[in-house]
Design a protein around this ligand. Structure first.
Ligand code: AMP
Length: 402
């Protein structure tokens, strides 16, 4: 199956090619034909499944065929980040369609958003609170709306936005197509779906899980002890080849340097490495002359080495999807693999999400004889893993962005 099957207009297909998509993902295969037929759809799919393009492509196809002004597609997103990300997907996939798109969220001036709306944005990606502000001020009209998408509905519910969403729905009085995407289906979302969708079809894709050949373990540890713990685990365990993941490229570099100083054959891979050095690093890792590769998620994309025996998450991955990708690097081709994750007290929510997805409690291990009580060197107390002041501020901002 390829994208040609959907019979998308060449201007839409140009966007698909530019993003390098060749094969539709399962949610795209199921949802795109139904949405193109005009059906209301409930999509049970997580981030990472390609769900955004699953609703964006049919929207582009529909809107480009009868160009006219006004907001014709509205995508409601729980967070500013998701709104921006979705708007970017619309802009990329729709770059040849002549359609315009803007993102609307709180915490920034309304003026630029008003200008974008006046300039004729047909596709709007919006967080509920700010969208209501525009509706109340009369700076946005939904009278031309043809397609409404409620994205990540369960997250919207978790963040307390369902009353806002209901208020928005009250402003759309005419018939339109409604698409609701959610990773899970709590009772309130089910009720909402029953109320607002017309004869919906449900498409469901199971979340991708790591191969059964991978065993998972968490090592609770304070941030400042992670490198020592890593060295100790490398010393004590027989490992064929090890992929270590860090959250930032600076940290990847620093950890690699610390391991080199401790006498390991190690290299690091970051996104901005020249191609020749990236190639050399990968070749060394592939042929076994380098045993340890330290990388970020982005830099590790496309690494195809079959014999990785251990993945070590020096930093807990941002989300379950990243965890699945990282741990899927080991345990390939019927070999067994180990995924080891260092966790601090700041990772509790992420651990719960991961355990929910894997439907299992992961084992917590401590390394016998390791000095877990060693204090942080001066000036590094902020690395304790506890949220810092600006992290708390950031969380507050998310609330305000609604
Ligand atoms: P999403 O679930 O919409 O957040 O998409 C997850 C990631 O998959 C994004 O980086 C998309 O660009 C990418 N993606 C979506 N559809 C495809 C496809 N058919 N082929 C390859 N990558 C895709």
């Amino acid at each position: 199956m390829n994208f040609e099957t959907f019979n998308l207009h060449p201007s839409v297909m140009a966007g698909v090619r530019e993003l390098g998509y060749s094969v539709p993902t399962p949610v795209q295969l199921q949802a795109i034909p139904l949405i193109m037929q005009g059906r209301d759809v409930i999509g049970l799919a997580q981030t990472g499944t390609g769900k955004t393009a699953a609703f964006v492509l049919p929207i582009l196809e529909r809107l480009r065929s009868s160009p006219q002004g006004g907001v014709r597609a509205l995508i409601i997103s729980p967070t500013r980040e998701l709104a921006e990300q979705t708007c970017e997907v619309v802009n990329n996939l729709g770059s040849r369609t002549g359609l315009h798109s803007i993102a609307i969220y709180g915490g920034v001036s309304m003026q630029q958003q008003i200008r974008g709306l006046r300039n004729g944005a047909e596709i709007v990606t919006a967080c509920p609170g700010r969208l209501l502000d525009h509706l109340w001020k009369g700076t946005i009209s939904l009278s031309e709306l043809e397609v409404l998408v409620i994205d990540e509905a369960d997250r919207m519910f978790d963040m307390g936005f369902l009353p806002d969403v209901r208020n928005i729905l009250r402003c759309i009085l005419h018939k339109h197509q409604t698409l609701l995407f959610s990773a899970t289906m709590p009772a309130d979302i089910r009720r909402l779906a029953r109320e607002i969708l017309h004869d919906p079809v449900t498409v469901q894709v199971d979340p991708e899980l790591p191969p059964k050949t991978v065993s998972h373990a968490l090592y609770p540890v304070q941030q400042h002890l992670k490198t020592n713990l890593l060295k100790e685990i490398l010393n004590r365990t027989s490992m064929e080849s090890v992929l270590v993941f860090t959250r930032t490229k600076h940290r990847a570099e620093r950890v690699a340097q610390q391991l080199v100083r401790a006498g390991y054959r190690v290299t690091s891979l970051q996104g901005d490495l020249p191609q020749s050095r990236r190639q050399a690093a990968l070749e060394g890792f592939r042929n076994g002359s380098i045993k340890i590769l330290v990388a970020t998620d982005i830099a590790a994309r496309g690494i195809d080495v079959l014999s990785i025996s251990h993945v070590i998450n020096y930093d807990m991955p941002e989300n379950t999807d990243a965890y699945i990708h990282r741990s899927g690097r080991t345990g390939r081709v019927k070999k067994n693999g180990d995924a080891i994750t260092f966790v601090t007290s700041a990772d509790t929510d992420k651990i719960s999400a991961l355990e929910r997805l894997l439907n299992a409690r992961l084992k917590r291990l401590t390394l016998q004889g390791f000095d877990y009580a060693r204090p942080a060197p001066d000036g590094q107390s902020h690395l304790s893993g506890q949220p810092r002041r600006h992290d708390i501020e950031r969380k507050r901002l998310v609330k305000r962005n609604r």
